[in-house]
Design a protein around this ligand. Structure first.
Ligand code: OGA
Ligand code: MN
Length: 222
């Protein structure tokens, strides 16, 4: 009986996620990025949003990994908290990301291997200047995902994500950080920035990576 219920649950999850996963795959194939709205069930969005607001241990965000890590107030002023999936809502988020990973590997042969993500809080006035999430040839972050967790957001609130598909100012994609909107793009291809927000802005940023394992150590996340 319990097994039957679980199978039914898996079926409904699959039925609900497949159309948006297909739309994401189509967009990534044709243009390298995808903006989707109303992604994830409302109960999960609410749980993630309250988690983001309640967190007490945000760290100042930095640039670069491990030894190269540095804080730079000129580039970004948000604060972050890495997600380990120990809470039910973050576990469900990781499970959603894992389903997306399997789907995209099947459809687009991306070879995505691991996923890392963190909550981000941009206090009023914070920004993240134009940057890439990965550099060509470093073969680390392949696909960037940003999920927004703000239940209302108006034109005066600032804080938009701006993507530069052609790396110039003539053509930009502007994303309002509204609850349930998700932005997904190839990490090496798209410079992007977060404009200064005039109020608290919450999101989850995540990255799918390919396997960088060497003989000495298993692929280290972060
Ligand atoms: C990032 C990032 C975009 C956003 O964390 O690398 O670009 O809209 N975030 O929060
Ligand atoms: Mn980024």
């Amino acid at each position: 009986m319990a097994l039957q219920a679980d199978l039914y649950h898996l079926d409904t999850v699959a039925a609900e996620t497949t159309p948006v996963f297909s739309a994401i795959a189509d967009d990534l194939h044709s243009k390298g990025f995808s903006i989707q709205h109303g992604v994830l069930p409302p109960h999960l969005l609410d749980a993630l949003a309250s988690q983001a607001q309640q967190l007490h241990h945000y760290d100042p965000a930095g640039i670069g990994r491990e030894q190269q890590f540095q804080q730079n107030q000129f580039v970004r002023t948000d604060e972050i908290s890495w997600i380990d999936g120990t809470l039910p809502e973050t576990a469900e988020w990781l499970s959603w990301a894992n389903s997306l990973k399997s789907f995209l590997n099947r459809e687009l042969f991306l070879g995505l291997f691991s996923f890392e993500s963190h909550f981000a809080h941009y206090p009023p006035g914070s920004f993240y200047k134009k940057h890439y999430d990965a550099f060509r040839g470093e073969a680390n972050r392949v696909l960037s995902v940003v999920l927004y967790l703000n239940s209302s957001w108006g034109p005066d609130d600032g804080g938009e994500l701006v993507i530069y598909p052609q790396n110039n100012d003539d053509e930009t994609v502007v994303v309002t950080p509204l609850m349930g909107t998700i932005a997904i793009f190839l990490s090496e291809e798209f410079p992007h920035e977060v404009l200064p927000a005039t109020r608290d802005r919450f999101s989850i940023a995540g990255w799918f990576r390919v396997n960088n394992s060497t003989a000495q150590r298993v692929d280290p996340p972060r």
